[in-house]
Ligand binder design. Structure first.
Ligand code: XMP
Length: 507
């Protein structure tokens, strides 16, 4: 196994993921726990992650220097690279020019780390202020960038390899080869491309829950479905899935959830019909934040009531995935998304232990798990849908009529995009009731009715997106179907705004 020391990097987990994909066990630890973990887990290699601190900052994370003389190979990345330079007596200084983003790396010495890379000059991704000016004794410089002379250094005797750049991020060319070389050639691990281990996850859930009972809010989306599937496989009837029907979800959601729990997961599904309650509570409310708060609170209240009716519930199952975990520590907006999405507040008030089998996985890994589990492709590949549902796609007050219009218009967008074969290439595509009104002539009469916007975009990381080039003939089809089939719509516009600045949802 490989130990990863997290010095506060956004990408420590990504390093772990890359290593796990090579079929190698990993453990991510805090710097202060490392020596104990080494004794216990006996790793074949150690990776130091990056981190936001400067080695000279008060309270900057550090590590017991004994780690360098244990004979266990070390790969030190970014902050790890600087810390190694600093602790072993090299000279680390604030760099003359900070490097952020892509820079060219020039290799000038052989290293096993770069075996199999034919080009001595390739693009790497940097994000650092400090710089190793002189490597510690015993180290030789292997590669440089324009601003970082000792961008790569190695001490072959002690098997320590340091890189200023981030091999784990997709923008670094040859990053996967570099990590693989470290694992295979330097740590001598047997690498095998691997798929997520469902059996191990199921065994973990069994061990956690034992004879307890797990209540789980489900939505029919990929995360909660895969989580419920794993929990269901582990504990069978001890799983209590609850679907709160807010009436704000896409058409067909309830049938879909029922099918999931009769065909793939065999636990008795509790359905709470709260459609009227949601609609009544949203009456007269048009402020986006107020809508979100009302919806979030209703979900929590209803779920809590349901949980209280169940006897012997010990755990709360959630489909939290790794990006939720990161977002919850991130921006205010992101943590808000998370709090709603994962029914925030419930764990505290119900005093239930959490079961979150997907907490360490990225979306594409969750999809992979679902596929291995045999869940149908239509569930696995479905676009994400916001927790507050259509309420954030209806600008202004949510009324029964506008909800119907939205569901119809959205259904048309998705259907036509699916027919065009482009569904899987977009991150999301949907319709928005804009709240704007315009004139149209329908039949022989003038109508003054609502404008529907179509939004579709591509995104890798949710943080940024570009609007999708939906072919004109598909846009044409969508537009004419919406104005013809959805009552009281006067026109259709296409939203051509990137994120940032515009968020994906309109509210
Ligand atoms: P934005 O609009 O913030 O959306 O660019 C980014 C992603 O998050 C989804 N989203 C939400 N999900 N509760 C959720 O569960 C929310 O309140 C919420 N707001 C946005 C959005 O659909 C997109 O995938």
């Amino acid at each position: 196994m490989i130990l990863i020391i997290d010095f506060g990097s956004q990408t420590a987990h990504l390093i772990g993921r890359r290593i796990r994909q090579l079929g190698i066990d990993i453990s991510i630890v805090q710097p202060e726990d490392v020596m104990g973990e080494i004794q216990q887990k006996k790793p074949n290699g150690i990776i130091f992650s990056g981190g936001p601190a400067s080695v000279y900052e008060k309270g900057a994370p550090t590590i017991h220097p004994e780690i360098f003389s244990l004979g266990i190979p070390i790969l030190a990345i970014c902050y790890g690279h600087q810390l190694t330079g600093h602790l072993l007596g090299g000279n680390v200084q604030p760099g003359k020019a900070r490097e952020y983003g892509p820079v060219m790396l020039e290799l000038n010495r052989k290293s096993e780390l770069f075996d199999g890379i034919t080009d001595n000059h390739f693009r790497v991704w940097m994000s650092h202020g400090d710089e190793v000016i002189h490597p510690p004794s015993g180290f030789e410089i292997v590669g440089s960038t324009q601003n970082a002379h000792a961008a790569v250094m190695q001490d072959l005797k002690r098997s320590i390899y340091c890189v200023q750049f981030h091999p784990e991020v997709g923008h670094t060319q040859n990053g996967e080869i570099i990590l693989r070389n470290f694992i295979e050639k330097i740590c001598h691990e047997d690498v095998s491309e691997t798929k997520p281990d469902i059996q191990a996850l199921i065994a973990g859930i069994k061990k956690t829950v034992r004879n307890g009972k797990v209540i789980c809010a489900v939505s029919g989306g990929v995360d909660s479905t895969v989580a419920a599937y794993l929990i269901g496989r582990a504990i069978g009837k001890q799983l209590v899935p609850v679907y709160v029907d807010s009436g704000l979800m896409r058409s067909g959601t309830i049938e879909r959830v029922k099918t999931i729990f009769t065909t793939y997961i065999f636990s008795h599904l509790i359905i709470v019909d709260a459609r009227k309650l949601f609609l009544d509570s949203l009456h007269g409310i048009s402020d986006p934040e107020e809508k979100r708060k009302i919806i979030g609170k209703l979900y929590v209240d209803i779920f809590q009531k349901e949980a209280a009716k169940q006897k012997g519930v010990t755990h709360l199952g959630q489909g939290t995935i790794y990006s939720d975990v990161i977002e919850s520590k991130g921006t205010k907006n992101a943590s808000h998304i998370k709090s709603h999405h994962n029914v925030g507040g419930i764990p505290d008030t119900l005093r239930l232990q959490l079961v979150e089998p997907l907490r360490n996985f990225y979306k594409d890994e969750v999809r992979e798990l679902g596929r291995i589990a045999g869940l149908p492709e239509e569930i696995i590949s479905e676009h994400p849908f916001p927790g507050p549902g259509y309420a954030v796609r209806i600008r202004g007050e949510v009324t029964r009529k506008r909800l119907q219009q939205e569901a119809m218009a959205d259904g048309i967008v998705v259907e036509e995009i699916r027919k065009s074969g482009l569904y899987d290439t977009y991150f999301q595509c949907f319709a928005v009731m804009t709240g704007a009104y315009s004139t149209a002539v329908k039949g022989d009469g003038r109508v003054f009715a609502e404008v529907v916007a179509v939004r579709a975009y591509e995104s890798d990381d949710i943080m940024t997106s570009r609007w999708a080039d939906i072919p004109y003939d598909v846009l044409q089809k969508i537009s004419s179907r919406i104005v013809n089939e959805v009552p009281d719509v006067s026109r259709v516009v296409y939203d051509i705004t990137t994120k940032p600045p515009a968020t994906m949802e309109w509210e």
